[in-house]
Design a protein around this ligand. Sequence first.
Ligand SMILES: Nc1ncnc2c1ncn2[C@@H]1O[C@H](COP(=O)(O)OP(=O)(O)OP(=O)(O)O)[C@@H](O)[C@H]1O
Ligand SMILES: [Mg+2]
Length: 144
Amino acid sequence: MNKTVIAHDASEMEEIGVELGSHVRSGFLVSVIGQLGAGKTTLVKGLARSLLITDVVCSPSYLLARNYTGRSGTVLHHIDAYRVASLDALAEVGLDVYLPPEAGVSVVEWPDNIDGLVEQSNIVVRIRVLENEAREITITQGEA
Ligand SMILES: Nc1ncnc2c1ncn2[C@@H]1O[C@H](COP(=O)(O)OP(=O)(O)OP(=O)(O)O)[C@@H](O)[C@H]1O
Ligand SMILES: [Mg+2]
């Protein structure tokens, strides 16, 4: 799945997340890169919906990670590395086991804060803020 698309608003961004969900499978690590407020969590909401997760997905910022189990049986590990400076820091709180995950799907916001994580990802999503509410989303298959 290598492509560039435009989301004109948050609901279109969520739909792109839904579509992305049909391209992930257990063991996948997905990096989502983009500035503050770019729409990373919005995309993850759509991805969660495609895995039949009915919980409300919100930013894990303060918890660093949240796990959701969907009716599809797939677990989604949503990790926010905004406040994380290294893999060691994540290992201290036991989150390194999700990078990559043994089972389920890991989605990481701010993966660029952790050396080598983007390169290790199966899918990399880059979000660029255009004018107004528009965002350009580039999805690339594993750089590993
Ligand atoms: N095209 C768009 N795509 C996504 N979000 C949009 C778009 N246009 C406006 N928004 C709004 O921008 C905000 C994006 O918030 P969101 O939490 O998804 O960003 P984020 O990249 O996860 O931010 P953070 O860096 O704080 O984690 C939401 O309020 C959303 O409604
Ligand atoms: Mg976010």
